[in-house]
Design a protein. Structure first.
Length: 368
């Protein structure tokens, strides 16, 4: 195998797989990517749960394939100043030349690389790239991290067939907060589907969509989901299990409703957080007509107090919250104001975005 490739081109492609290839692994092959040079050149990377397959623009001088250390070649491409020539040598060694720089890397044979699942083309749906990216951004922050309830470590993609289209709901929750966004998308499905996309895959998909335009094609089989954007295919194993009934968590009739300026609210929360307990991020919300007071205190007795104007005409109420959860939800919102609806100090609070009717966030209160 021998090929000539533009430095920026290979740098960009290798950047896309850095989050997928395993850096610390008991299987050395997973820290490598598979480079296949034929009539066209392709790059394949996997961690056995997520797989990336995409093209590499290169001039193929000799056909062949090799598994190459992903991190090392990425760092070489980042540091050299000229285009690269990649040439495979005996015993799976790779010679990398750029200007007067020469590197030799130890590769592995293609035969050792794990086989990837085949893309299922039976019931594919096309979704606008920006729509799906926006839906992931507004929900992925709420998913769990290494939660023992394994289904919470991913995003639920709930496809609901309707007469003329499909309603897609994407939901993330860690048991303490929940984010949901619903959009109508074109297409037809034979039945309702509820795949759970692992958080790492959702983050990699968002990264891919940020650099893309047009539509993303989504295909499903029993254990995998496939996202195709142009010539790039991102495959992910699905999380097994049944996602919690998220509809039960969302308050339907919270009576105390307030509206606040998003930027003012966000800055006040950040300032109050400085004096909150590090483990809990607890802030007390005192809500009364026209005014919201935020209070925090740490274990040393140091405290902070913030007062901001709100649109509220209900009875006074005091509730405790993890302010980080509020900030995460606010950061995902695009409008100028935030609406929140409360019932009592122990009931879930609903946050809404004025400009996005299909977006809802739920935050559980804390005892104060």
């Amino acid at each position: 195998m021998k090929l000539k490739v533009d430095r920026e081109e290979i740098q960009k492609v290798l950047q896309n797989i850095q989050g997928i290839v395993e850096k610390k692994t008991t299987m050395p092959i997973l820290s490598h990517f598979l480079l296949k040079a034929d009539k066209t050149t392709s790059v394949i990377a996997t961690d056995l749960d997520i797989a990336f397959t995409g093209p590499l623009k290169a001039e193929v001088l000799e056909k062949g394939s090799l598994c190459i250390p992903a991190r090392k070649l990425f760092e070489i491409a980042r540091e050299v100043e000229d285009n690269l020539i990649l040439e495979s040598q005996e015993n799976n060694w790779l010679k990398v030349s750029s200007g007067k720089s020469i590197f030799k890397l130890m590769g592995l044979p293609e035969a050792e690389y794990p086989a990837l699942p085949q893309v299922n083309r039976s019931e594919e749906l096309n979704i606008d790239v920006n729509t799906l990216k926006n839906m992931i951004e507004k929900t992925v922050y709420a998913t769990g991290e290494s939660d023992t309830r394994y289904t919470l470590n991913g995003l639920l993609m709930h496809f609901i067939p309707k007469k003329k289209n499909i309603e897609l709901r994407i939901v993330g929750t860690d048991g303490h907060r929940l984010a949901l966004i619903a959009k109508d998308i074109e297409g037809k499905l034979s039945e309702e589907k509820k795949p759970i996309l692992p958080k790492k895959a959702a983050i990699e998909l968002k990264r891919l969509l940020e650099e893309s335009e047009g539509n993303v094609s989504v295909g499903l089989d029993k254990n995998h989901i496939f996202f195709t954007v142009g010539d790039v295919v991102l495959t992910s194993r699905l999380i097994e299990g049944t996602y919690p009934n998220y509809d039960q968590v969302i308050p339907q009739d919270n009576e105390k409703k307030a509206t606040v300026d998003k930027v003012v609210f966000s800055k006040a929360l950040r300032r109050a957080l400085i004096m909150s307990r590090e483990k809990t991020n607890l802030i007390r919300f005192d809500l009364e007509q026209g005014k919201l007071t935020l209070k925090s205190q740490n274990d040393s007795g140091e405290e902070a107090r913030e007062e901001i104007a709100v649109q509220y005409k209900g009875e006074p109420i005091s509730i405790g919250f993890n302010a980080r959860y509020f900030l995460d939800a606010i950061q995902a919102m695009e409008g100028e104001t935030v609406g929140f609806e409360v019932q009592d100090p122990l009931s879930p609070t609903l946050l809404r975005e004025a400009e996005e009717k299909g977006y809802k966030c739920v935050v559980m209160p804390m005892r104060i």
